[in-house]
Design a protein. Structure first.
Length: 249
């Protein structure tokens, strides 16, 4: 019996929604009537609940499927032209994490958190990456690469106007979109997170063996569950009033 994509979505187990790989990208859920908004109050509660966690409970680890969903949140992050000029490095080795800590103003999150992700950006974005990306889109969508010639031309033209430093700055900006998506997704899953720019990217690059890889460290994110002793959890959120940061024209 024929099942529309929406019916297929609705009949699959919920965990399927967060499972896909690049080659199964066409199976990714599409915006459809199957999508239901969460309650506004739940969204606000998650955004108010989250805070930049300073101290993690070392005894509490993320369940594998929860971390898996957070990796998917990173992989699904949007980027300019969709080119994904990033690498997400999951630092699992406790010795590596111990090495990274002094390169992070000795912040305890690096070693205490359940998971630690370093987000690196492409040092430059060359024609080869545009080719890879075009080939990937053509494969996933089942169209000839030639049909994407205009798109390739726009991308190539955009990149040609930048030197390598500007391309790295541009790629780095994209990584913050992934970071934001990761943090919001974590909050919605009641996972604590600490975004971390208080790190030395050159030292991270050395420790993680990035020189020569084409990627450089930009930012990191610790993930896990807050320690009951973290007094920052109870500090009132300090944000400017909406009238100070929102303008209407
Ligand atoms: C890009 C970025 C880098 C940050 N780096 C650090 C960091 O290295 N260490 C830390 O404890 N907090 C860090 N923070 C957390 C901010 O200080 C925190 O988000 C801000 O004060 C607002 O507080 P809240 O997130 O707890 O609501 C960083 C936040 C962002 C967005």
């Amino acid at each position: 019996m024929f099942e529309s994509p929406v019916q297929q979505l609705e009949t699959r187990p919920a965990c399927w929604l967060i499972r896909y790989s690049g080659l199964r990208a066409r199976e990714m859920p599409l915006p459809s009537p199957a999508m239901h908004p969460i309650d506004l109050s739940d969204l606000m509660a998650a955004l108010r609940w989250r805070y930049a966690t300073k101290s993690f409970d070392t005894g509490k680890k993320l369940a594998p499927e929860v971390f898996d969903a957070l990796l998917d949140a990173l992989v699904l992050a949007p980027s300019s032209f969709g080119i994904q000029p990033w690498k997400f490095i999951v630092v699992q080795d406790p010795e590596l994490r111990a090495e990274l800590q002094p390169a992070s103003w000795n912040q305890p999150q690096v070693t205490e958190a359940s998971h630690f992700v370093v987000i690196a950006a492409r040092e430059s974005v060359a024609a080869a990456q545009v080719d890879d990306w075009i080939a990937h889109i053509a494969k996933v969508r089942g169209v000839p690469e030639a049909s994407l010639a205009d798109y390739r031309g726009r991308m190539t033209g955009f990149l040609a106007a930048m030197d390598d430093g500007q391309k790295f700055a541009w790629a780095s900006r994209q990584t913050y979109i992934a970071l934001g998506q990761l943090m919001t997704s974590a909050a919605l899953l009641a996972v604590d997170a600490c975004p971390m720019e208080g790190i030395s990217p050159p030292a991270y690059d050395q420790i993680l063996g990035l020189p020569g890889s084409g990627y450089r460290t930009v930012v990191a994110c610790a993930l896990g569950y807050r320690s009951a002793q973290d007094k920052y959890a109870l500090v009132p959120k300090s944000r400017f009033e909406r009238t100070q940061v929102v303008e209407y024209r």
